[in-house]
Design a protein around this ligand. Sequence first.
Ligand SMILES: Nc1nc2c(ncn2[C@@H]2O[C@H](COP(=O)(O)OP(=O)(O)O)[C@@H](O)[C@H]2O)c(=O)[nH]1
Ligand SMILES: [Mg+2]
Length: 351
Amino acid sequence: MEVALIGLRSSGKTTLFNVLTGGAQSRPNAQERVVKAISKVPDSRLDDLARLFNPTKITPAEITFWDLPPPPSSDQGFGYFQGQSLNALQGADAFIRVVRAFLDPTVPEAAGPPTPESDATAMSDELILADLAILERRAQRVDDNMKGARGRERDLLIRESALLKRVSDEMEVGQPLASQPLTTEESGILANYNLLGHKPVMTVYNIGENAASQTQPDAYPITICAGLEWEFAQLSPEDEHEFRESMGVQQSGKDLLLAKTLTLLNRVTFFTHVSEEVRAWTVMDGSDSATAAGTIHSDMERGFIRAEVVSFDDMIACETIAEARRQGLLRSEGRRYPVQDGDVITFLFNV
Ligand SMILES: Nc1nc2c(ncn2[C@@H]2O[C@H](COP(=O)(O)OP(=O)(O)O)[C@@H](O)[C@H]2O)c(=O)[nH]1
Ligand SMILES: [Mg+2]
């Protein structure tokens, strides 16, 4: 799972990246390339399972975050969505859009006084421009291919060309892709282009220290004080607790954001236990057990025999697999079983 932080200069992307990844970015203003770092997703269920299985190793699910270099020249706007940066961003699974909502006279603003709304609009406009560039390149290729094409191949290219034109025209008048009516077939064609507008985006308002105590975990858009969270991250657990209390910011912004990112990516978590390790994995919601096995190892998907599944709650209640089996709560599931969030799974396979 690859998630890129995007937003205007000085909105707090690198600060937030450091909060999420424990300070992976040491030279925030000098970087020249995309910096990637892994964040481990906390999940109390993993700790509960570890108490039952006594593993030597507990492995949480991971999300990789990307911190982008400042745009090369532009003093306004993003400027990310061109050339090499655009190609890189097409490889991300989702975006977290950081909007500056803090006032700090010592930090110059990228585009005049911060107004979260105008900042957000500027970003949507740039995403549309980037996608228009992708569509235009594709349209060029389709036109080239049309010259030598005959019969059915030619018909398909004509249809694709018409689709490209229609979608681009709509986007040019400000209609984002997400709000354009498309048939399943059309969506399928567009899915091949890796358009930025197809990727899930979550907006995070980086609010000021004085507003930090008013954050609400379930508010939308998410609000977080990245500067303060970064200060918390430097402290010992005791000091952090005390400082959080005094600032009125009980909930960890990092934990909140990681949980929201899994939701953004439409992921569910399942757990495995082998003798020495209890581990959390994630798959797309709706994935079947064979696909889940494949996230662990391709051999396990290919040689899939069956999955032995017990729900998290049943596992905690029974304490042992043997007891879950005795009570009939350990289910034997085939390849097509849709994995549920919290499933504790043992895959049986041959290689
Ligand atoms: N006061 C305040 N300053 C912040 C906050 N978040 C980031 N900053 C400061 O804003 C400046 C730009 O932040 P940075 O993370 O480098 O932004 P980026 O350009 O989006 O990567 C740095 O000096 C940060 O210390 C915040 O929540 N409050
Ligand atoms: Mg930065």
